[in-house]
Write a protein that binds this ligand. Sequence first.
Ligand code: SAM
Length: 348
Amino acid sequence: MPALYLQPPQTLLPRMLRVKDGLKDGLGRDITYLRVSVTDQCNLACVYCKPRTGTCERTAAPAMSRNEVVQLVKVFTSLGVRKVRLTGGEPLLRRDLETIVAGISPEVEGRVHLTTNGLHLARRARSLRDAGLLGVNVSLDAADRETFERLTTKDGLARVLAGLEAARAVGLKTKLNAVVLRGWNDSQILPLARLAQQDGLQVRFIEFMPYQGNGWGRDQFMPAAEILRVIQDGLGTTLEEEPSVGLEEGPARLFRIPGSRGKVGVISTLSADFCGRCNRVRLTSQGDLNACLFGNRPVSLLQPLRARATHDELVGLIRQSLSEKLDCHPMRHGEAPEPPLGMWQVGG
Ligand code: SAM
């Protein structure tokens, strides 16, 4: 089959392998993982993500063109970033996502991943795989149709499951992500763990994180330890913890379910953070670099790019921002997150 997307000459090593002087933050942590929000628009309004009081701000068109996304990512790969995740908003709302993937994939030896709500995944899984996508994390917070709709405001469970199936069928690495809110979907922990058990899937449960306007409250917060207890008691088995891997594989503590290929994981951003090992930075949908999920002042890379900044000037801005990367997100210190960006803007 003819190649749909232009690939660089095979003789050239991916940029990240040609890097001598990698990217470190001010505390000496190696930064090797970039998450890029390619749009802040979304076709769901999940209770934990969008402000409950209204819809999120919509920008008319994606702030960054596909060329700008690829150009900025290349600056990071020139500094040793070796894994990229495209997120949003809902990245599948971009029709040019395959072109973006194809532009980035050779730069990171194919380590391009996607986080999606899965609604449009069934018809895009193959083209994304062909463009060079390696894996996809599908957000699925309920295995039950009514709870799914209550959380997301859309009757979309069947479409998400079809998307998941399509992704697996074309050979994409797949994981499920579920944010747990007590009183909203804690009843779904066990059904989702059973899905992992039966279908040999990896399901990761994420602690509900606060940011301005998303209605976070202690009464809704369920810590990872309690989520694990619910799974163990419900499945009637002792989960077997896997040795921890590099954060590029994700921040979850993973557990094998005995007698199954399935795994469950917990991401304990609040109850047991992993900031000491943090290896990631985020590029927002507006082209701003966010050194920490919520804590650091965003630094625009898009404006200088449009003003024809040189590669070295962009590198200087990135290094300066990373020199100020916080030791940990402000929530650990009991402070409210600043600036008040939502996950859909900052690239959750
Ligand atoms: N639309 C895509 C999706 O649904 O996966 C990508 C964007 S979404 C913001 C990325 C991830 O952020 C999802 O896994 C979502 O569950 C997570 N997320 C959003 N708000 C969160 C919150 N308050 N606490 C924890 N995780 C959150």
